[in-house]
Design a protein around this ligand. Structure first.
Ligand code: AMP
Length: 155
């Protein structure tokens, strides 16, 4: 199976999990001209892809080797595992690194305490809980914009 035609030189990203984060990422990368293949075990999840999505969608369990082979994960420049299950993400990320020799692997992690496991395996992590805490702390460190607007409108 030849996955891509003319866009091959733009890099190939495999996104695992077509949930709110995965679908958003796949849409963004595809709209930016990237070659994207997205895998989800539930085919209804692909409804979240935008009509402009120009990549491929494969139904399969990301912990199943045949699904990863079908996605030609070995050819991916980047693999991003963003299901809602840390165990699935770590397993898929580990298979991508060790079995399919992907150099660049990023995984979503709900439990920040497990980050060290991923680091040892050479997998980059995105932890929504940590990122959200940092963002809230940043907002709190700034003047209250909402209160300023209320004050200005009452002058
Ligand atoms: P969300 O919580 O909205 O980011 O959605 C997570 C997505 O991950 C859902 O669409 C799930 O169907 C998908 N998912 C969960 N486990 C697996 C798995 N083992 N293989 C493929 N997709 C999965």
């Amino acid at each position: 199976m030849e996955l891509w035609g003319k866009k091959t030189d733009r890099g190939y990203t495999v996104v695992i999990g077509c949930g709110r984060l995965g679908a958003n990422l796949a849409n963004t990368l595809s709209d930016g001209g990237g070659n994207v293949l997205i895998i989800d075990k539930n085919k209804d999840a692909f409804r979240k892809l935008s009509p402009s999505f120009g990549g491929l969608a494969v139904t399969g369990d990301a912990t199943d080797l045949s699904a990863l082979r079908e996605a030609q994960i070995n050819k991916a420049d980047v693999v991003v595992a963003v299901t809602n299950d840390d165990n699935v993400n770590i397993m898929a990320a580990q298979l991508a690194r060790e079995m399919f020799q992907n150099r660049r692997v990023i995984a979503r992690l709900y439990d920040p305490e497990r980050e060290c496991v991923y680091r040892e395996l050479g997998i980059d992590t995105i932890c929504p809980a940590v990122l959200s805490a940092q963002e809230i702390a940043r907002i709190l460190s700034e003047p209250d914009a909402a209160e300023e607007r209320v004050r200005e409108s009452s002058i």
